[in-house]
Design a protein around this ligand. Structure first.
Ligand SMILES: [Zn+2]
Length: 351
């Protein structure tokens, strides 16, 4: 049921209840089976659209519909600022350009989505830059990485190509968006490849998905071994720019996150290593019980009764956080990312 179909008084009552809750509370209500869950889902959808509008996205309703048409996923800082608006308000513009929206799409969809964005009414869209992932380079130690060009973007080796676009409406309001094409048919390959676990989350047309809900409690986030042992050439590039590699982690600490980068994942509940979804040694997947999916479209809520949505299972994406686990003794595992069609984040495999 759409919020707009309810009487004015019913809407006011639902809002009066929901507005007393924080975002997590509203997400909890959205997961209920009672009538209130319909209102919560409608409120979450409305708030996604309002946040998109505030970020300078023209025709935010049309953009939201487009997410569903192309199985696109909003990820990056837009997601934590939607979920945790109180925290986001504490960020200064030097720390994060809050207005930016990052959209992830499956392989082969970049032109389609750029055309759809250009067709959104209400603003002019300009493509500022567009890159295919640079060819892989072999490091001195024999490891393969994505090369040093456009470093910030391409340290994520699950990205196939990207474009940065700018919207400007007739009043001069500007919005920026990065459109990121995955190496996989799934938009989630680069998302589970993010080096901090709290970033492995997204907003789709149908709902909110979080790959590490138990690890993200209390604004906690774990750095992957990719951060602890950055590619040689990437590190050299950062040195050349006068930046410390840990500066990237410090950025998130300044934003209020409890960033853990010890090399051994600590502080999670006791479990059976290599099989629990809480274990960094376990190979996870986008359809396993550790994935938190909260639908906020009515379509999504109905579909969720019969299993994971299509955009999480076609294809399934697998990942392992890797490193070592406090419950696993000396056992260790490398980080990895791949999908059920055999596409991986390894730059040397030709995908
Ligand atoms: Zn473990």
């Amino acid at each position: 049921m759409e919020l707009s179909l309810l009487t004015k008084y019913e809407r006011q009552d639902a809002r009066a209840v929901l507005q007393r809750l924080d975002r997590r509370g509203i997400l909890g209500v959205a997961n209920l089976e009672a009538t209130l869950s319909h209102f919560a889902r409608a409120m979450l959808r409305e708030d996604v659209v309002v946040n998109l509008s505030e970020a300078g996205i023209p025709s935010p309703n049309g953009f939201y519909e487009m997410l569903g048409q192309h199985d696109a996923v909003i990820s990056g800082s837009f997601v934590p600022s939607f979920l945790d608006p109180e925290l986001a308000r504490s960020w200064t513009t030097e720390e994060v350009s809050v207005g930016d929206v990052d959209v992830y799409i499956g392989k082969g969809k970049l032109d389609i989505v750029l055309n759809a964005l250009a067709d959104l009414p209400g603003a002019d869209m300009e493509i500022l830059e567009r890159h295919a992932a640079p060819p892989p380079t072999v490091n001195e130690d024999g490891t393969v990485s994505n090369g040093g060009r456009d470093l910030v973007f391409y340290t994520n080796t699950a990205i196939h190509a990207m474009a940065s676009v700018r919207f400007m409406d007739e009043n001069g309001k500007v919005g920026y968006m990065d459109v990121v094409e995955s190496k996989s048919a799934s938009a989630f390959l680069p998302i589970v490849r993010f080096n901090l676990t709290h970033l492995r989350a997204g907003l789709t047309f149908d709902g909110y998905v979080n790959m590490h809900p138990t690890w993200s409690e209390g604004r906690r986030t774990f750095a992957s071994e990719h951060v602890q042992t950055p590619p040689t050439d990437a590190l050299n590039d950062l040195m050349a720019q006068g930046l410390r590699y840990t500066g990237w982690l410090d950025k998130y600490r300044r934003r209020g996150y409890d960033v853990r980068d010890e090399g051994v994942v600590k502080g999670i509940k006791q479990h059976e290593c290599f099989s629990s979804v809480d274990c960094p040694l376990t190979t996870r997947n986008t359809c396993d019980e550790g994935v938190q999916y909260i639908a906020y479209s009515e379509r999504g809520a109905i579909e969720a009764c019969s299993g994971p949505p299509r955009w999480l299972r076609d294809p399934v994406v697998y990942w392992r956080h890797g490193g070592r686990c406090e419950w696993g003794g000396e056992a260790s595992a490398t980080a990895k990312v791949y999908d059920s069609e055999g596409v991986s984040d390894d730059p040397s495999d030709g995908n």
